[in-house]
Structure formats: C-alpha cells, structure tokens
Design a protein around this ligand. Sequence first.
Ligand code: G3P
Length: 218
Amino acid sequence: MKYFIDTANLDQIKEAHDLGILDGVTTNPSLMAKEGIKGNEAVYKHYKTICEIVDGGDVSAEVVYTDFKSIVEQGKQLAAIHKNIVVKVPMIPDGVKAIKWFTDNGIRTNCTLIFSAGQAMLAAKAGAAYVSPFIGRIDDSGWDGIELIQQIANIFAIQGIESQILAASIRSSLHIIKCAEAGANVCTCPLDSIMGLTKHPLTDIGLAKFMEDAKKFA
Ligand code: G3P
C-alpha cells in the first residue's frame, strides 16, 4: 500500500517526506483554504511547490467547478502545472463525463467524494486512475467505511479493474492498518495518523531500558 499525506501544509508534507515513506499528496479546496491560499495563481503556485517537495509522487489537485466544460478547462490548467499532478474530480455526472474526457486525452484523474461501490465502479469505468472512498465520513454517519473498501477491492479484483483504491478521510492510525487489510492500494492520511503508526508504549519502555543498560558498558 502507498502512503499519501492529506494536507496542503508544506511543513507537514516536508516532515512526512523526510521520514522517507511518502508516495504522494492529496489536497482539496478545504485543505487549501485552511492554509490561507487565495486566488488561482497562488493555488497553482502552491501545487507546484508541493510537487517539487514530493519529487516524483502523485499530487492530487482538485477542480472547483461542477459543469463539464469548466471541469475540463481547469483540469487542463492543473495538469499543465507539473507532470505529477492528478486532476481530482467530484463524483457527479459531469465529473464522470470529464474523467472520460481526461482519460481519452492522457490526463490522469482521482475521482473524489465516493461513498458507494457503484460510484467507484462508474469512476473506474470512465478511466479514473484513483477512486477515493471517504472512510471517516462514512464512519461519522454510522456506516462502516472499511467495509466499503473491502467491497470495492473485491469487485475490482473480480472484474480485473485497474483503478487504484485510494482510501481518504482517514481519522486514525487504526484506519490505515484496516485499509491495508481491506485491500486499499493507497491510503491518504493526516500526518498524526502516519506518525501514530510509529508508536507503542512497549517500544518506549524497551528503549528506555536499553538506553539505561547501554550506560553500563559506555
Ligand atoms: O481529501 C479528502 C478527504 O481525505 C477529506 O477528509 O477528514 O475532511 O473527511 P475529511
């Protein structure tokens, strides 16, 4: 499974990259707004900086339009920023139509806001490189996000579908482990959830003892 970070914060992207495990980045308009970036020019410049930090990993950049013509127009601009940009398109009829257009024109896409297997199947049929089920938001509404990952993984395996399942809206380190178990190809996570994977109280206790004992032969 690949590890993406789900943020537009440059410090957090650098920290995950420095850890040596980062495969890519996903952003969305809410994450961009959180960083206080305003205007298309500033947003596009920010995407370029992210691409340069990640150096080789895919960076999802989301369109902010809902009609076919505008999605295609902005998607072309986003794709022109850097070769690693993947155009993030919402799961709506015009989005599916745009994904097909991007596929036919050699532009890779990530279909976002997926909450059902049917949506994932349609996005994949249109040629999306990634389909993004929102695990945490499904859990928040009383359903099981991990079950959806399992279902999509099962369908994609049976049908030989090549789109990557990108588990998004991750809330915890446990979510990351469960997504790997359920068959996600990629997990896009907040930095805290990634760092949480390094932690265990017995590691801390064991290390304290080793460091203490090391003083005996220093
Ligand atoms: O990038 C899309 C997704 O990861 C959003 O997560 O936490 O806003 O549900 P969240």
